[in-house]
Write a protein that binds this ligand. Structure first.
Ligand SMILES: [Zn+2]
Length: 132
C-alpha cells in the first residue's frame, strides 16, 4: 500500500470515529429524551403502539448500529497502527484498494465478506423477523 493511500485511509477512519462518537452521544441523549416524553418515568398507563415508544426503538437501533460501526472503525485504526491493515482477517489475502476506499473499516476481503453474508442469511433463514 502506498504511504499516501494509507494516510488518506487513516484520516478517513479518524474522521469517521469522531463523527460516530458524536452520533452515539446524540443518540444516547435522544433516547433519554424520548423516554422522558413517552412517560417512561411516569406511572401513567400507556398504549402499546405509542408512537413515541416506536421512536425509542428506532433510536436504540440507530445507536446499536453506530456502536458496532464505531467498534469496526476502532479496530481498523488499531490494524493500521499494527501494520495489519488491508489484510483480510479471514483468509489473509490483501483487500483490494477499491474496497478499502469504499469501506475503510472493513476487516474482510470481498470474497470473505460475501461468504459471511451468506452464512448470516442462512442462520436467519426461517426467522420471520428477517425477510431478504
Ligand atoms: Zn478473505
Amino acid at each position: 500500500m502506498k504511504t499516501n493511500e494509507r494516510d488518506l485511509l487513516e484520516l478517513q477512519l479518524i474522521e469517521m470515529r469522531k463523527r460516530l462518537l458524536h452520533e452515539v452521544d446524540l443518540a444516547d441523549e435522544a433516547r433519554w429524551d424520548v423516554m422522558a416524553k413517552s412517560g417512561e418515568f411516569s406511572t401513567l398507563p400507556r398504549h402499546a403502539a405509542d408512537p413515541d415508544l416506536e421512536g425509542l426503538d428506532g433510536q436504540v437501533a440507530i445507536s446499536l448500529n453506530e456502536q458496532s460501526l464505531l467498534e469496526q472503525v476502532e479496530t481498523a485504526i488499531e490494524r493500521l497502527q499494527m501494520g495489519t491493515y488491508g489484510v483480510c482477517q479471514e483468509c489473509e489475502c490483501k483487500i483490494g484498494m477499491e474496497r478499502l476506499q469504499a469501506v475503510p473499516y472493513t476487516a474482510l476481503c470481498i470474497a470473505c465478506a460475501l461468504k459471511e453474508h451468506a452464512q448470516i442469511k442462512k442462520r436467519l433463514f426461517g426467522d420471520p423477523r428477517y425477510r431478504w
